[in-house]
Design a protein around this ligand. Sequence first.
Ligand SMILES: Cc1ncc(COP(=O)(O)O)c(C=O)c1O
Length: 381
Amino acid sequence: MPLEKIDPRQRAWVEVFPEAIKANTQAIKRLLSDNCLLMAVVKADGYGHGSETVAEAALDGGANNLGVATLQEGLDLRKAGIKCPILILGNLVNVEDLKACLRCDLMLTLSSSNEAFLCQELAQAMGKKINVHIKVDTGMTRLGCNLSIASELITLVENFPNVSLHGIYSHLALADAQKNSKAELFTYQQKEKFEALLANLRIKNKLFCRHLANSAGTLRDKELHFDMVRVGLALYGYSPFEYVNHDCALKPALAVRARITLIRDVPAGIGVSYGHCFVTERPSRLAVVGIGYADGISRALSGRISVLIDGIAVPQVGSITMDQLVIDITDNPNISVGAVVTLLGVDGGMAITPYEWSKVSGSIPWEILCGFKYRLPRVVI
Ligand SMILES: Cc1ncc(COP(=O)(O)O)c(C=O)c1O
């Protein structure tokens, strides 16, 4: 039986704007000095926008490299025909994964001598050279080797015949801290530790790429850029801080929309949705919207957000459920079934941003963007 094709905009969907990603990439590039590279971080399926779409748009806008978190993400990009250097920012510890990495020319992150020995043995057995970046922990305390053994690990790798050292990097933990705060100082302490390590290296080949900054580091200060910046959030149109001025106009690259599937008039005093957390105070016109927490609209947002219909803000009421949520359209009685509701993004002259959702749900813009599930088709505009 032939598969039915349905309109992706029938119920709920995510619109993705590659032109915005391209423009954001170009805007970020303008902040960098001529010899500083830009790595577009497209992990988590391009922060929910679709990694292939984002990768192509970012490369079109002048990105030099791509960063992913997992082997599968790297392989997917290679399968899509993307040829630029790709660094896996997570670490791989399994021999089969390393083999796939070598076959598909993906660059690896090394955080320990065990990982380094494994790479050397495997690349030697396959008669190949594996390209790696060594990650050093200067204060994030996640991946990366301890600073005290970094020099030793770098020297070890430099002497391995089948491992090619392409980069040395670290990751900032507090780069989105407020200006002149104690936390801001920590970023500069991380930078100093990174610089001291690099200055004291006793290796022959110093042509590796040094990188430290994420979006926050990139937008905050050129001094943090080194040879390459690794930019995620800003690429998607959002700055990690609302309070630090930066000379970079960013455009949101995504909108989440859904349709009204039912409209009902109910009297005052009626409990709405699970738990009856909202009770109508007046005779009300309620609309059911076909999107819920199984699509990535967190339950924590229940009763705390508005949506946009033709540029008008309408309150969401009651608990958000798995597949549906309810909005109160009493003040806008002309709205009809099938109307498009914007949950996140721009509609008319109005916009709803992940910052607003973050504030009411205790989340962060990163989590919100990559939280939209695959029941929502991505529609590239
Ligand atoms: C190692 C590394 N570099 C860069 C980034 C990009 O961060 P951002 O989205 O804040 O720019 C990430 C994302 O978490 C990361 O893990």
